[in-house]
Design a protein around this ligand. Structure first.
Ligand code: NAI
Length: 202
């Protein structure tokens, strides 16, 4: 899992190299820009069959594509976003997810005052209709941007209708069956880590 957590970073840096038309790179050079040691990089990439060649280094495009495949980025995902408040709108307004193959198909909210409002091309839909929408639109991922209260109940509904993945922004550890993947994002935890590291530095 620790290696998997590093893969998106490799993917991002390799994408930057490709944008600069750099076609080949050694683990030492990669180490200088990413900040992991060269031996860590070789070890990480060896886990997936070692894409480098002695004396040549790595072919940037091949490695980028290979890591993309490992991350499942060689396919498209359909998502819905639930909770069209401040955070939900910010996520819906960011175009980078779609470019990466994650397409938000609809926004939902429980507040009648929000239903019918437009965010980008989306009209906010009634969250009572989530189940039908998921069934009829091959939705893989639910992005949860609602408060902690009600989050587990919503997750249960999503599970019952066969959702495969939940990208959860609500500050709660959701309980779901093993086959449903939950990835939590918590900016507050990240901020507290920053605070700790700054304190240590002083
Ligand atoms: P907000 O109040 O602006 O938006 C929440 C929206 O969710 C509202 O429109 C509300 O009507 C809707 N909602 C509530 N319960 C619902 C349900 N059961 N089904 C459908 N819609 C429902 O709040 P904001 O600022 O957007 O924050 C949303 C959540 O995200 C909060 O839980 C907050 O703690 C969390 N948050 C998490 C961050 C992170 O890094 N994980 C960062 C910022 C906020």
């Amino acid at each position: 899992m620790a290696v998997i957590r590093r893969l998106p970073k490799y993917h991002r840096y390799l994408g930057d190299l490709l944008d600069k038309d750099i076609q080949r790179i050694s683990s030492k050079e990669l180490s200088d820009i990413i900040g992991f040691t060269a031996s860590q990089i070789r070890q990480d990439l060896n886990n997936f069959g070692g894409f480098g060649q002695q004396g040549y280094g790595y072919n940037v495009e091949a490695l980028f594509n290979e890591i993309g495949k490992i991350l499942g980025l060689d396919r498209e995902y359909n998502a819905i976003l639930i909770g069209a408040g401040n955070l939900g709108q910010a996520i819906a307004n960011y175009s980078g997810f779609r470019k990466a193959g994650f397409e938000i198909k609809a926004l939902f909210d429980a507040n009648p005052k929000m239903i019918g409002l437009k965010i980008r091309e989306f009209e906010i839909l009634d969250s009572d209709d989530i189940e039908n929408f998921i069934k009829n639109n091959k939705i893989d991922i639910a992005i949860m941007c609602i408060p902690k209260n009600g989050a587990q109940e919503l997750a249960n509904r999503l599970v019952n209708v066969g959702i495969k993945g939940i990208w959860n922004f609500a500050p709660i550890d959701l309980e779901v069956p093993q086959q449903v993947i939950v990835e939590n994002v918590n900016l507050t935890e990240s901020l507290f880590t920053l605070s700790y590291l700054m304190k240590e530095e002083q």
